[in-house]
Design a protein around this ligand. Structure first.
Ligand SMILES: Nc1ncnc2c1ncn2[C@@H]1O[C@H](COP(=O)(O)OP(=O)(O)O)[C@@H](O)[C@H]1O
Ligand SMILES: [Mg+2]
Length: 296
C-alpha cells in the first residue's frame, strides 16, 4: 500500500536490499561489559534477511544486552559488529525494537492506537519528531497504523486506554508499534512472556509470516523456546564465555549445552514433544558468572 515519505515507503533500492541474501547482523568475536565486568565475550552471530532467530540462555546471561549492543545502545568492548551494513546505531530507523517490559499501569489513559502511531512519528532512537503531517500523508499514516493493528488482531481494543488492556493485548499493540515502519530487522525482547499459550502460538505464527513475507530478520529473546520452535530457523544460546548458534535440534542438546555452560545439563522431551532444559544455571542479577571454559 502507498505510504509516503518518512512514514515508511520501501524504496526499490531497499526492496533489492531485502531480496539478496544479505547479512542483516554480523558479530565477530564480540564482547560486552557492564558495570566493569564482562557480560559475554567471544560471540559470533550471523543473521540474514528473512531469518527467524531465538536468543536463549539463563536469566542474567546478557540476552537483553545483546539486543542493546545491536542497537548501539551499549558499546562492544571487543570484536566487531555490523548491523544493516554499518556500525550498530547507524540504521536504527530501519529496526523495530520491543524492549523487555512490564505491563502498563492501569491508570495509563493513552490509547493503543496512539501507542502504535508513536512507532511512526515518535522520538524513537533520537530521530527528531517530523512536522505534523497533512493531507495524503496523514491519511497514509492512519491507514498504515490501522493495517498493522489488524495484522496483530488488535482492532477490538486499539481504541481503549492501553492501561485497561490485558497483558496480551498490550503486547500485541507493542508488536504493532515495532512493525509499523516496515522494519528490516525486528528485535523482540521476551515478547511472549505475558501471553497465554494460545496467544503465544498466534503471535509466533504472525511474526513468522511477517518474517517470511517481507524478508524481515527477527531476533526474538525467549524464556521458553517451545512456543516458537516450529517457526525458528536458528537459535543463539548465550553463555558468559561465548555462544552456540545453529539449528535448534543441533544446539539444544545435552551435549552442546553441557559444553557451553561447563555444568551437567539435560535436555528432555516430554510427551507433547516439548523440550525441557534441566540444570541450566540462572545467574541472579548482579552476580559475577563463573569462568566457564570457552565453548568455541
Ligand atoms: N546498566 C547496567 N550496569 C551494570 N550491570 C548491568 C546493567 N544492565 C544489566 N546489567 C547486568 O548485566 C547482566 C546481563 O543483563 P541482561 O542483558 O539484562 O540479561 P538477560 O536479558 O539475559 O536476563 C546481568 O547480570 C545484569 O545484572
Ligand atoms: Mg532480559
Amino acid at each position: 500500500m502507498p505510504v509516503a515519505g518518512h512514514v515508511g515507503v520501501m524504496s526499490i533500492q531497499e526492496t533489492r536490499h531485502r531480496d539478496c541474501h544479505s547479512e542483516v547482523i554480523r558479530l565477530d568475536d564480540a564482547a560486552v561489559s557492564l558495570g566493569g565486568r564482562t557480560v559475554w565475550s567471544h560471540v559470533d552471530l550471523t543473521v540474514r534477511a528473512g531469518e527467524f532467530v531465538a536468543v536463549l540462555g539463563p536469566n542474567g546471561v546478557g540476552k537483553s544486552s545483546l539486543l542493546k549492543a545491536i542497537l548501539g545502545l551499549i558499546p562492544l568492548t571487543a570484536g566487531r559488529a555490523q548491523v544493516l551494513g554499518a556500525s550498530p546505531g547507524t540504521h536504527n530507523a530501519r529496526i523495530g525494537y520491543l524492549p523487555q517490559r512490564r505491563a502498563f499501569d492501569p491508570s495509563v489513559r493513552v490509547r493503543g492506537v496512539d501507542i502504535v502511531r508513536l512507532g511512526l512519528d515518535g522520538t524513537r532512537w533520537g530521530v527528531p519528531l517530523p512536522a505534523p503531517l497533512g493531507g495524503a500523508r496523514a491519511r497514509a499514516a492512519r491507514a498504515r497504523v490501522q493495517e498493522v493493528i489488524d495484522l496483530v488482531g488488535a482492532r477490538d481494543y486499539a481504541r481503549r486506554p492501553i492501561g485497561q488492556c490485558s497483558g496480551g493485548e498490550q503486547q500485541r499493540l507493542l508488536i504493532a508499534q515495532a512493525l509499523v515502519r516496515r522494519p528490516e530487522l525486528l528485535l523482540l525482547d521476551e515478547p511472549l512472556d505475558s501471553l497465554d499459550v494460545t496467544s503465544q502460538a498466534a503471535i509466533s505464527t504472525l511474526i513468522r509470516t511477517v518474517c517470511q513475507r517481507d524478508r524481515v530478520a527477527v531476533l526474538l529473546v525467549a524464556h521458553d523456546v517451545n512456543p516458537i520452535l516450529p517457526a525458528l530457523d536458528k537459535v543463539i544460546y548465550l553463555a558468559h564465555s561465548g555462544a552456540l548458534t545453529g539449528a535448534p535440534e543441533q544446539v539444544i542438546t545435552a551435549e552442546m549445552l553441557t559444553m557451553l555452560y561447563g555444568t551437567p545439563i539435560d535436555v528432555l522431551r516430554d510427551r507433547a514433544g516439548r523440550l525441557v532444559v534441566v540444570g541450566q544455571p540462572d545467574l541472579p542479577a548482579g552476580t559475577v558468572p563463573p569462568q566457564i571454559p570457552a565453548s568455541r
